[in-house]
Design a protein around this ligand. Sequence first.
Ligand code: NAP
Length: 489
Amino acid sequence: MSTITTTQEQHVIDNVPKQLYIGGEWRDGGEGTLAVEDPSTGETLCEVADASVEDAKAALDVAVEAGPDFAARPPRERGEILRRAYEAIIDRQDELALLMTLEMGKPVSESRAEIVYAADFLRWFAEEAVRIDGRFAVAPNGQSRLLTMKQPVGPCLLITPWNFPLAMGTRKVGPAIAAGCTMVVKPAQQTPLSMLMLASILEEAGLPGGVLNLVTASSSSRTMEPLIADPRLRKLSFTGSTEVGRTLMGQASENLLRLSMELGGNAPFIVFEDADFDAAVEGAVIAKMRNIGEACTAANRFHVAESIADRFAEALADRIGAMRVGRGTEDGVKVGPLIDEKQRGKVAALVDDAVQRGARVLVGGHARDGAGYFYDPTVLADVPDGAELLREEIFGPVAPVKPFATEAEAIAAANDTEFGLVAYLFTSDLKRALRVVEALETGMVGLNQGIVSNAAAPFGGVKHSGFGREGGYEGIEEYLETKYVAVNL
Ligand code: NAP
Protein backbone atom coordinates (compact mmCIF):
# COMPACT_ATOMS: atom_id res chain seq x y z
CA MET A 1 0.00 0.00 0.00
CA SER A 2 1.43 3.41 -0.91
CA THR A 3 1.52 6.08 1.79
CA ILE A 4 -1.67 8.09 2.08
CA THR A 5 -1.15 11.84 2.13
CA THR A 6 -3.15 14.42 4.07
CA THR A 7 -4.12 15.92 0.70
CA GLN A 8 -5.73 12.61 -0.29
CA GLU A 9 -7.52 12.48 3.06
CA GLN A 10 -8.81 16.01 2.64
CA HIS A 11 -9.91 15.24 -0.91
CA VAL A 12 -12.14 12.31 0.11
CA ILE A 13 -13.64 14.33 2.96
CA ASP A 14 -14.31 17.27 0.62
CA ASN A 15 -16.07 14.94 -1.83
CA VAL A 16 -18.78 13.92 0.63
CA PRO A 17 -22.09 15.78 0.40
CA LYS A 18 -22.67 16.90 3.98
CA GLN A 19 -26.32 17.83 3.88
CA LEU A 20 -29.55 15.94 4.42
CA TYR A 21 -30.81 14.07 1.34
CA ILE A 22 -34.58 14.47 1.17
CA GLY A 23 -36.81 14.08 -1.87
CA GLY A 24 -33.83 13.90 -4.22
CA GLU A 25 -32.40 17.21 -2.95
CA TRP A 26 -29.55 18.07 -0.64
CA ARG A 27 -30.49 20.52 2.09
CA ASP A 28 -29.28 21.96 5.37
CA GLY A 29 -30.37 20.58 8.74
CA GLY A 30 -32.75 22.53 10.95
CA GLU A 31 -30.48 22.05 13.97
CA GLY A 32 -27.30 23.28 12.28
CA THR A 33 -24.42 20.80 12.05
CA LEU A 34 -22.83 17.98 14.00
CA ALA A 35 -19.12 17.12 14.11
CA VAL A 36 -17.65 13.87 12.78
CA GLU A 37 -14.47 12.83 14.57
CA ASP A 38 -11.41 10.85 13.51
CA PRO A 39 -11.10 8.22 16.29
CA SER A 40 -7.37 7.87 15.69
CA THR A 41 -6.74 11.52 16.64
CA GLY A 42 -9.87 12.72 18.39
CA GLU A 43 -9.94 15.65 15.96
CA THR A 44 -12.93 16.82 13.95
CA LEU A 45 -12.89 15.64 10.33
CA CYS A 46 -15.84 17.72 9.16
CA GLU A 47 -19.36 18.81 10.05
CA VAL A 48 -22.54 17.32 8.58
CA ALA A 49 -26.14 18.48 8.75
CA ASP A 50 -27.98 18.01 12.03
CA ALA A 51 -31.63 17.24 11.32
CA SER A 52 -34.55 18.68 13.24
CA VAL A 53 -37.76 16.80 13.96
CA GLU A 54 -39.34 18.70 11.03
CA ASP A 55 -36.58 17.49 8.71
CA ALA A 56 -37.18 13.90 9.77
CA LYS A 57 -40.92 14.28 9.22
CA ALA A 58 -40.28 15.86 5.80
CA ALA A 59 -38.16 12.81 4.92
CA LEU A 60 -41.04 10.50 5.80
CA ASP A 61 -43.51 12.71 3.90
CA VAL A 62 -41.57 12.32 0.66
CA ALA A 63 -40.96 8.61 1.26
CA VAL A 64 -44.72 8.14 1.61
CA GLU A 65 -45.40 10.23 -1.48
CA ALA A 66 -42.83 8.38 -3.61
CA GLY A 67 -44.10 4.95 -2.49
CA PRO A 68 -46.79 4.04 -5.06
CA ASP A 69 -44.75 5.12 -8.09
CA PHE A 70 -41.66 3.25 -6.96
CA ALA A 71 -43.60 0.10 -6.07
CA ALA A 72 -45.04 0.11 -9.60
CA ARG A 73 -41.65 0.38 -11.36
CA PRO A 74 -40.55 -2.75 -13.21
CA PRO A 75 -38.43 -5.01 -10.99
CA ARG A 76 -35.72 -5.03 -13.66
CA GLU A 77 -35.49 -1.22 -13.45
CA ARG A 78 -35.03 -1.39 -9.67
CA GLY A 79 -32.45 -4.14 -10.08
CA GLU A 80 -30.50 -2.17 -12.65
CA ILE A 81 -30.26 0.86 -10.36
CA LEU A 82 -28.75 -1.41 -7.71
CA ARG A 83 -26.40 -2.99 -10.23
CA ARG A 84 -25.12 0.42 -11.38
CA ALA A 85 -24.60 1.48 -7.76
CA TYR A 86 -22.69 -1.77 -7.11
CA GLU A 87 -20.37 -1.05 -10.02
CA ALA A 88 -19.83 2.56 -8.94
CA ILE A 89 -18.87 1.46 -5.43
CA ILE A 90 -16.40 -1.10 -6.77
CA ASP A 91 -14.90 1.52 -9.13
CA ARG A 92 -14.51 3.95 -6.25
CA GLN A 93 -13.42 1.49 -3.58
CA ASP A 94 -10.08 3.17 -2.83
CA GLU A 95 -11.72 6.52 -2.11
CA LEU A 96 -14.57 4.95 -0.13
CA ALA A 97 -12.19 2.76 1.89
CA LEU A 98 -10.08 5.73 2.89
CA LEU A 99 -13.19 7.67 3.87
CA MET A 100 -14.41 4.77 6.00
CA THR A 101 -11.05 4.48 7.76
CA LEU A 102 -11.07 8.18 8.55
CA GLU A 103 -14.51 8.14 10.16
CA MET A 104 -14.43 4.69 11.79
CA GLY A 105 -10.74 3.94 12.40
CA LYS A 106 -10.24 0.44 10.97
CA PRO A 107 -7.19 -0.23 8.76
CA VAL A 108 -7.68 0.68 5.09
CA SER A 109 -7.29 -2.97 4.04
CA GLU A 110 -10.25 -3.86 6.26
CA SER A 111 -12.26 -0.90 5.01
CA ARG A 112 -11.66 -2.10 1.47
CA ALA A 113 -12.97 -5.55 2.46
CA GLU A 114 -16.07 -3.92 3.92
CA ILE A 115 -16.62 -1.84 0.76
CA VAL A 116 -16.61 -5.02 -1.36
CA TYR A 117 -18.89 -6.80 1.14
CA ALA A 118 -21.23 -3.79 1.24
CA ALA A 119 -21.38 -3.51 -2.55
CA ASP A 120 -22.13 -7.21 -2.77
CA PHE A 121 -25.51 -6.67 -1.08
CA LEU A 122 -26.45 -4.32 -3.90
CA ARG A 123 -25.35 -6.87 -6.51
CA TRP A 124 -27.14 -9.71 -4.74
CA PHE A 125 -30.41 -7.79 -4.38
CA ALA A 126 -30.15 -6.45 -7.95
CA GLU A 127 -30.46 -10.12 -8.87
CA GLU A 128 -33.19 -10.84 -6.33
CA ALA A 129 -35.38 -7.93 -7.51
CA VAL A 130 -36.49 -9.96 -10.53
CA ARG A 131 -37.14 -13.15 -8.55
CA ILE A 132 -40.03 -11.91 -6.39
CA ASP A 133 -42.92 -14.27 -7.02
CA GLY A 134 -46.03 -15.82 -5.50
CA ARG A 135 -47.72 -19.20 -5.76
CA PHE A 136 -50.77 -20.82 -7.12
CA ALA A 137 -52.45 -23.81 -5.52
CA VAL A 138 -55.60 -25.88 -5.76
CA ALA A 139 -57.53 -25.71 -2.48
CA PRO A 140 -57.68 -29.09 -0.69
CA ASN A 141 -61.41 -29.45 -1.48
CA GLY A 142 -60.69 -28.77 -5.16
CA GLN A 143 -63.31 -26.08 -5.38
CA SER A 144 -61.28 -22.88 -5.34
CA ARG A 145 -57.81 -21.70 -6.17
CA LEU A 146 -55.32 -20.10 -3.81
CA LEU A 147 -53.17 -17.33 -5.21
CA THR A 148 -50.45 -15.43 -3.34
CA MET A 149 -48.56 -12.36 -4.41
CA LYS A 150 -45.73 -10.36 -2.84
CA GLN A 151 -45.97 -6.63 -2.43
CA PRO A 152 -43.59 -4.06 -0.89
CA VAL A 153 -44.33 -3.41 2.79
CA GLY A 154 -44.27 0.36 2.19
CA PRO A 155 -42.27 3.18 3.78
CA CYS A 156 -39.43 1.88 5.98
CA LEU A 157 -37.21 3.40 8.62
CA LEU A 158 -33.68 1.98 8.50
CA ILE A 159 -31.37 2.72 11.44
CA THR A 160 -27.71 1.63 11.26
CA PRO A 161 -24.72 1.47 13.65
CA TRP A 162 -21.17 2.86 13.32
CA ASN A 163 -19.15 -0.36 13.31
CA PHE A 164 -19.70 -1.28 9.64
CA PRO A 165 -20.60 2.16 8.29
CA LEU A 166 -21.54 1.06 4.77
CA ALA A 167 -22.37 -2.67 4.87
CA MET A 168 -24.98 -2.30 7.61
CA GLY A 169 -26.65 0.24 5.31
CA THR A 170 -26.51 -1.65 2.01
CA ARG A 171 -27.77 -4.79 3.78
CA LYS A 172 -31.05 -2.90 4.36
CA VAL A 173 -31.15 -0.43 1.47
CA GLY A 174 -30.44 -3.14 -1.16
CA PRO A 175 -33.42 -5.40 -0.35
CA ALA A 176 -35.70 -2.42 0.35
CA ILE A 177 -35.05 -0.98 -3.13
CA ALA A 178 -35.27 -4.42 -4.75
CA ALA A 179 -38.65 -4.99 -3.09
CA GLY A 180 -39.98 -1.58 -4.18
CA CYS A 181 -40.02 0.13 -0.78
CA THR A 182 -39.23 3.76 -0.08
CA MET A 183 -37.28 4.68 3.01
CA VAL A 184 -35.82 7.04 5.57
CA VAL A 185 -32.28 6.08 6.54
CA LYS A 186 -30.54 7.20 9.71
CA PRO A 187 -26.87 6.28 10.04
CA ALA A 188 -24.97 6.45 13.35
CA GLN A 189 -23.80 9.95 14.15
CA GLN A 190 -20.16 8.83 14.56
CA THR A 191 -19.99 7.52 10.97
CA PRO A 192 -22.44 9.24 8.62
CA LEU A 193 -19.98 9.89 5.76
CA SER A 194 -20.02 6.45 4.09
CA MET A 195 -23.82 6.48 3.99
CA LEU A 196 -23.89 10.02 2.60
CA MET A 197 -21.66 8.76 -0.20
CA LEU A 198 -24.05 5.84 -0.75
CA ALA A 199 -26.98 8.25 -1.15
CA SER A 200 -24.99 10.24 -3.69
CA ILE A 201 -23.96 7.08 -5.59
CA LEU A 202 -27.56 5.81 -5.70
CA GLU A 203 -28.69 9.22 -6.95
CA GLU A 204 -26.12 9.00 -9.77
CA ALA A 205 -27.23 5.43 -10.47
CA GLY A 206 -30.72 6.75 -11.23
CA LEU A 207 -32.64 6.14 -8.01
CA PRO A 208 -35.73 8.37 -8.24
CA GLY A 209 -35.92 11.26 -5.74
CA GLY A 210 -37.88 10.44 -2.59
CA VAL A 211 -37.10 6.70 -2.60
CA LEU A 212 -34.14 6.98 -0.24
CA ASN A 213 -34.05 9.86 2.20
CA LEU A 214 -31.06 10.22 4.46
CA VAL A 215 -31.19 12.01 7.78
CA THR A 216 -28.14 12.63 9.96
CA ALA A 217 -28.92 13.78 13.47
CA SER A 218 -27.24 14.43 16.80
CA SER A 219 -30.34 13.27 18.64
CA SER A 220 -31.64 10.02 17.26
CA SER A 221 -34.35 9.63 19.90
CA ARG A 222 -35.81 13.10 19.33
CA THR A 223 -35.85 12.77 15.52
CA MET A 224 -36.81 9.11 15.19
CA GLU A 225 -39.54 8.71 17.79
CA PRO A 226 -42.12 10.77 15.84
CA LEU A 227 -41.45 8.69 12.73
CA ILE A 228 -41.85 5.41 14.61
CA ALA A 229 -45.17 6.73 15.93
CA ASP A 230 -46.36 7.86 12.49
CA PRO A 231 -49.12 5.57 11.17
CA ARG A 232 -47.81 5.93 7.61
CA LEU A 233 -44.58 4.11 8.50
CA ARG A 234 -44.82 0.37 7.85
CA LYS A 235 -41.52 -1.07 8.92
CA LEU A 236 -38.51 -0.49 11.16
CA SER A 237 -35.26 -2.28 10.47
CA PHE A 238 -32.68 -1.66 13.17
CA THR A 239 -29.08 -2.75 13.61
CA GLY A 240 -27.47 -1.80 16.88
CA SER A 241 -27.35 -2.64 20.55
CA THR A 242 -29.89 -4.88 22.26
CA GLU A 243 -30.65 -2.09 24.73
CA VAL A 244 -31.67 0.40 22.04
CA GLY A 245 -33.42 -2.36 20.07
CA ARG A 246 -35.61 -3.08 23.06
CA THR A 247 -36.53 0.62 23.42
CA LEU A 248 -37.40 0.88 19.72
CA MET A 249 -39.48 -2.29 19.86
CA GLY A 250 -41.47 -0.75 22.68
CA GLN A 251 -42.05 2.41 20.65
CA ALA A 252 -42.95 0.39 17.54
CA SER A 253 -45.55 -1.67 19.36
CA GLU A 254 -48.08 1.20 19.37
CA ASN A 255 -47.92 1.30 15.59
CA LEU A 256 -47.60 -2.51 15.20
CA LEU A 257 -44.67 -2.03 12.82
CA ARG A 258 -43.04 -4.87 10.94
CA LEU A 259 -39.65 -5.24 12.63
CA SER A 260 -36.20 -6.55 11.84
CA MET A 261 -33.82 -6.45 14.78
CA GLU A 262 -30.10 -7.13 14.27
CA LEU A 263 -28.78 -6.72 17.80
CA GLY A 264 -25.80 -7.45 20.00
CA GLY A 265 -23.79 -10.65 20.25
CA ASN A 266 -21.60 -12.63 22.63
CA ALA A 267 -20.11 -15.21 20.29
CA PRO A 268 -18.52 -18.33 21.78
CA PHE A 269 -15.53 -19.76 19.90
CA ILE A 270 -15.20 -23.47 20.73
CA VAL A 271 -12.07 -25.47 19.99
CA PHE A 272 -12.06 -29.24 20.52
CA GLU A 273 -8.87 -31.23 21.01
CA ASP A 274 -9.41 -32.92 17.62
CA ALA A 275 -9.41 -29.57 15.74
CA ASP A 276 -6.75 -28.59 13.23
CA PHE A 277 -4.81 -26.48 15.74
CA ASP A 278 -3.25 -24.00 13.31
CA ALA A 279 -6.53 -23.49 11.48
CA ALA A 280 -8.26 -22.84 14.81
CA VAL A 281 -5.69 -20.20 15.78
CA GLU A 282 -5.99 -18.59 12.35
CA GLY A 283 -9.81 -18.61 12.63
CA ALA A 284 -9.56 -17.15 16.12
CA VAL A 285 -7.42 -14.24 14.94
CA ILE A 286 -9.99 -13.42 12.25
CA ALA A 287 -13.05 -13.91 14.46
CA LYS A 288 -11.55 -11.76 17.22
CA MET A 289 -9.56 -9.08 15.44
CA ARG A 290 -11.65 -8.28 12.36
CA ASN A 291 -12.90 -4.73 12.76
CA ILE A 292 -10.72 -4.25 15.89
CA GLY A 293 -13.10 -6.60 17.69
CA GLU A 294 -15.93 -4.11 17.14
CA ALA A 295 -18.19 -6.57 15.34
CA CYS A 296 -21.45 -8.11 16.52
CA THR A 297 -19.96 -11.36 15.18
CA ALA A 298 -16.67 -10.94 17.08
CA ALA A 299 -15.62 -14.00 19.08
CA ASN A 300 -16.27 -12.79 22.61
CA ARG A 301 -15.00 -15.80 24.56
CA PHE A 302 -12.83 -18.77 23.68
CA HIS A 303 -13.87 -22.12 25.12
CA VAL A 304 -10.96 -24.48 24.52
CA ALA A 305 -10.52 -28.17 25.41
CA GLU A 306 -8.40 -28.27 28.58
CA SER A 307 -5.70 -30.48 27.01
CA ILE A 308 -4.83 -27.71 24.51
CA ALA A 309 -6.10 -24.54 26.24
CA ASP A 310 -2.71 -23.20 27.43
CA ARG A 311 -1.04 -23.90 24.10
CA PHE A 312 -3.94 -22.27 22.25
CA ALA A 313 -3.92 -19.16 24.46
CA GLU A 314 -0.15 -18.74 23.98
CA ALA A 315 -0.37 -19.19 20.21
CA LEU A 316 -3.19 -16.65 20.07
CA ALA A 317 -1.20 -14.24 22.24
CA ASP A 318 1.81 -14.57 19.90
CA ARG A 319 -0.32 -13.80 16.84
CA ILE A 320 -2.44 -11.04 18.33
CA GLY A 321 0.45 -9.45 20.23
CA ALA A 322 2.41 -9.13 16.96
CA MET A 323 -0.32 -7.12 15.23
CA ARG A 324 0.70 -3.53 14.63
CA VAL A 325 -1.50 -0.95 16.33
CA GLY A 326 -1.86 2.50 14.80
CA ARG A 327 -3.78 4.86 12.58
CA GLY A 328 -5.66 2.85 9.96
CA THR A 329 -4.11 4.86 7.13
CA GLU A 330 -0.56 3.76 7.99
CA ASP A 331 1.21 0.93 6.19
CA GLY A 332 1.17 -2.41 7.99
CA VAL A 333 -1.33 -1.38 10.68
CA LYS A 334 -3.66 -4.23 11.59
CA VAL A 335 -5.42 -2.73 14.63
CA GLY A 336 -6.93 0.74 14.58
CA PRO A 337 -8.43 2.77 17.42
CA LEU A 338 -11.74 2.04 19.13
CA ILE A 339 -14.60 4.32 18.13
CA ASP A 340 -14.54 6.65 21.14
CA GLU A 341 -13.44 7.11 24.74
CA LYS A 342 -16.64 5.58 26.08
CA GLN A 343 -16.01 2.34 24.18
CA ARG A 344 -12.36 2.24 25.24
CA GLY A 345 -13.35 2.83 28.86
CA LYS A 346 -15.80 -0.07 28.68
CA VAL A 347 -13.14 -2.43 27.28
CA ALA A 348 -10.63 -1.35 29.94
CA ALA A 349 -13.16 -1.87 32.75
CA LEU A 350 -14.02 -5.38 31.50
CA VAL A 351 -10.33 -6.36 31.36
CA ASP A 352 -9.66 -4.91 34.83
CA ASP A 353 -12.63 -6.82 36.23
CA ALA A 354 -11.37 -10.13 34.77
CA VAL A 355 -7.84 -9.53 36.05
CA GLN A 356 -9.08 -8.66 39.53
CA ARG A 357 -10.98 -11.95 39.55
CA GLY A 358 -7.80 -13.87 38.70
CA ALA A 359 -7.42 -13.92 34.90
CA ARG A 360 -3.80 -13.95 33.62
CA VAL A 361 -2.74 -11.32 31.05
CA LEU A 362 -0.69 -13.04 28.34
CA VAL A 363 -0.38 -9.96 26.19
CA GLY A 364 -1.77 -6.40 26.21
CA GLY A 365 -4.19 -5.36 28.92
CA HIS A 366 -3.69 -1.59 28.54
CA ALA A 367 -5.07 1.47 26.83
CA ARG A 368 -2.43 3.40 24.87
CA ASP A 369 -1.34 6.87 25.94
CA GLY A 370 -1.56 9.76 23.52
CA ALA A 371 -4.10 10.86 20.97
CA GLY A 372 -6.84 8.52 19.71
CA TYR A 373 -8.75 5.72 21.38
CA PHE A 374 -6.25 2.87 21.09
CA TYR A 375 -6.35 -0.26 23.23
CA ASP A 376 -3.65 -2.92 22.99
CA PRO A 377 -4.61 -6.34 21.61
CA THR A 378 -5.10 -8.51 24.67
CA VAL A 379 -5.27 -12.22 25.49
CA LEU A 380 -6.41 -13.36 28.94
CA ALA A 381 -5.94 -16.95 30.16
CA ASP A 382 -7.66 -18.84 32.99
CA VAL A 383 -10.62 -16.48 32.93
CA PRO A 384 -12.86 -17.33 35.91
CA ASP A 385 -16.60 -17.95 35.62
CA GLY A 386 -17.76 -14.70 37.23
CA ALA A 387 -15.81 -12.39 34.87
CA GLU A 388 -18.10 -9.77 33.32
CA LEU A 389 -16.53 -10.10 29.87
CA LEU A 390 -17.90 -13.63 29.53
CA ARG A 391 -21.42 -12.19 29.74
CA GLU A 392 -21.06 -8.75 28.10
CA GLU A 393 -20.25 -7.91 24.52
CA ILE A 394 -16.63 -6.65 24.75
CA PHE A 395 -16.51 -4.85 21.37
CA GLY A 396 -12.73 -4.53 21.44
CA PRO A 397 -9.49 -6.46 20.79
CA VAL A 398 -9.67 -8.67 23.89
CA ALA A 399 -9.68 -12.49 23.83
CA PRO A 400 -10.59 -14.32 27.06
CA VAL A 401 -9.67 -18.03 27.01
CA LYS A 402 -11.42 -20.53 29.26
CA PRO A 403 -10.80 -24.31 29.34
CA PHE A 404 -13.57 -26.93 29.25
CA ALA A 405 -13.49 -30.63 30.16
CA THR A 406 -16.29 -32.24 28.14
CA GLU A 407 -18.40 -31.61 25.04
CA ALA A 408 -21.50 -31.15 27.20
CA GLU A 409 -19.65 -28.56 29.29
CA ALA A 410 -18.58 -26.68 26.15
CA ILE A 411 -22.14 -26.56 24.82
CA ALA A 412 -23.55 -25.44 28.16
CA ALA A 413 -20.94 -22.68 28.45
CA ALA A 414 -21.55 -21.54 24.86
CA ASN A 415 -25.29 -21.27 25.43
CA ASP A 416 -24.96 -19.61 28.83
CA THR A 417 -25.83 -16.14 27.52
CA GLU A 418 -28.94 -14.19 26.63
CA PHE A 419 -27.42 -13.51 23.19
CA GLY A 420 -27.60 -15.86 20.20
CA LEU A 421 -26.10 -14.33 17.07
CA VAL A 422 -23.21 -16.56 16.03
CA ALA A 423 -20.93 -19.29 17.38
CA TYR A 424 -17.65 -20.65 16.02
CA LEU A 425 -16.76 -24.30 16.25
CA PHE A 426 -13.48 -26.00 15.39
CA THR A 427 -13.38 -29.79 15.22
CA SER A 428 -12.31 -32.45 12.72
CA ASP A 429 -14.99 -34.90 13.84
CA LEU A 430 -18.02 -34.62 11.54
CA LYS A 431 -20.43 -36.31 13.93
CA ARG A 432 -19.39 -34.03 16.76
CA ALA A 433 -19.63 -31.00 14.46
CA LEU A 434 -23.24 -31.75 13.56
CA ARG A 435 -24.16 -32.63 17.14
CA VAL A 436 -22.74 -29.39 18.51
CA VAL A 437 -24.09 -27.23 15.68
CA GLU A 438 -27.59 -28.52 16.42
CA ALA A 439 -27.20 -27.83 20.13
CA LEU A 440 -25.94 -24.25 19.77
CA GLU A 441 -28.57 -21.57 20.42
CA THR A 442 -27.46 -19.14 17.71
CA GLY A 443 -28.72 -17.97 14.33
CA MET A 444 -25.35 -18.69 12.66
CA VAL A 445 -22.36 -20.99 13.13
CA GLY A 446 -18.87 -20.71 11.67
CA LEU A 447 -17.75 -24.33 11.29
CA ASN A 448 -13.97 -24.44 11.05
CA GLN A 449 -13.92 -20.85 9.87
CA GLY A 450 -13.72 -17.53 11.65
CA ILE A 451 -16.01 -15.47 9.43
CA VAL A 452 -19.62 -16.03 8.42
CA SER A 453 -20.60 -12.78 6.67
CA ASN A 454 -21.72 -13.25 3.07
CA ALA A 455 -24.32 -11.31 1.06
CA ALA A 456 -25.79 -14.60 -0.20
CA ALA A 457 -26.38 -15.97 3.32
CA PRO A 458 -29.17 -15.23 5.83
CA PHE A 459 -27.49 -13.19 8.57
CA GLY A 460 -29.26 -12.86 11.90
CA GLY A 461 -29.69 -14.04 15.44
CA VAL A 462 -31.98 -15.62 17.99
CA LYS A 463 -32.64 -14.85 21.67
CA HIS A 464 -31.63 -11.28 22.58
CA SER A 465 -29.59 -10.93 19.38
CA GLY A 466 -32.88 -10.17 17.65
CA PHE A 467 -34.89 -11.58 14.78
CA GLY A 468 -35.23 -11.28 11.03
CA ARG A 469 -32.56 -12.10 8.45
CA GLU A 470 -30.46 -9.89 6.22
CA GLY A 471 -28.89 -11.15 2.99
CA GLY A 472 -29.65 -14.38 1.16
CA TYR A 473 -33.09 -15.24 -0.24
CA GLU A 474 -34.50 -14.42 3.17
CA GLY A 475 -33.29 -10.80 3.16
CA ILE A 476 -35.85 -9.50 0.66
CA GLU A 477 -38.75 -11.17 2.50
CA GLU A 478 -38.26 -8.65 5.31
CA TYR A 479 -39.48 -5.96 2.89
CA LEU A 480 -42.39 -7.88 1.34
CA GLU A 481 -45.94 -8.60 2.41
CA THR A 482 -47.75 -11.72 1.22
CA LYS A 483 -51.24 -11.10 -0.13
CA TYR A 484 -53.50 -14.14 -0.49
CA VAL A 485 -56.33 -14.14 -3.00
CA ALA A 486 -59.10 -16.74 -2.76
CA VAL A 487 -60.22 -17.42 -6.33
CA ASN A 488 -63.78 -18.68 -6.77
CA LEU A 489 -64.06 -20.90 -9.79
P1 NAP B 1 -26.59 1.74 19.22
O1 NAP B 1 -26.07 2.67 20.25
O2 NAP B 1 -27.71 0.86 19.56
O3 NAP B 1 -26.95 2.66 17.96
C1 NAP B 1 -27.35 2.10 16.74
C2 NAP B 1 -28.12 3.13 15.95
O4 NAP B 1 -29.31 3.46 16.67
C3 NAP B 1 -27.39 4.45 15.74
O5 NAP B 1 -27.75 4.97 14.49
C4 NAP B 1 -27.95 5.30 16.86
O6 NAP B 1 -27.88 6.69 16.62
C5 NAP B 1 -29.39 4.85 16.87
N1 NAP B 1 -30.09 5.10 18.12
C6 NAP B 1 -29.60 5.08 19.37
N2 NAP B 1 -30.58 5.37 20.26
C7 NAP B 1 -31.71 5.58 19.53
C8 NAP B 1 -33.05 5.93 19.86
N3 NAP B 1 -33.44 6.11 21.13
N4 NAP B 1 -33.95 6.09 18.86
C9 NAP B 1 -33.58 5.91 17.58
N5 NAP B 1 -32.31 5.58 17.21
C10 NAP B 1 -31.40 5.41 18.17
O7 NAP B 1 -25.45 0.76 18.69
P2 NAP B 1 -23.99 1.12 18.20
O8 NAP B 1 -23.17 1.41 19.40
O9 NAP B 1 -24.03 2.12 17.10
O10 NAP B 1 -23.55 -0.26 17.53
C11 NAP B 1 -23.00 -1.28 18.25
C12 NAP B 1 -24.02 -2.37 18.53
O11 NAP B 1 -24.59 -2.80 17.30
C13 NAP B 1 -23.40 -3.60 19.14
O12 NAP B 1 -24.21 -4.08 20.19
C14 NAP B 1 -23.38 -4.60 17.99
O13 NAP B 1 -23.37 -5.93 18.40
C15 NAP B 1 -24.61 -4.23 17.26
N6 NAP B 1 -24.54 -4.70 15.87
C16 NAP B 1 -25.33 -5.76 15.51
C17 NAP B 1 -25.25 -6.26 14.23
C18 NAP B 1 -26.10 -7.42 13.80
O14 NAP B 1 -26.24 -7.64 12.61
N7 NAP B 1 -26.69 -8.18 14.72
C19 NAP B 1 -24.38 -5.67 13.31
C20 NAP B 1 -23.60 -4.60 13.72
C21 NAP B 1 -23.70 -4.11 15.00
P3 NAP B 1 -26.74 7.61 17.32
O15 NAP B 1 -25.52 7.36 16.55
O16 NAP B 1 -27.26 8.97 17.15
O17 NAP B 1 -26.64 7.18 18.75
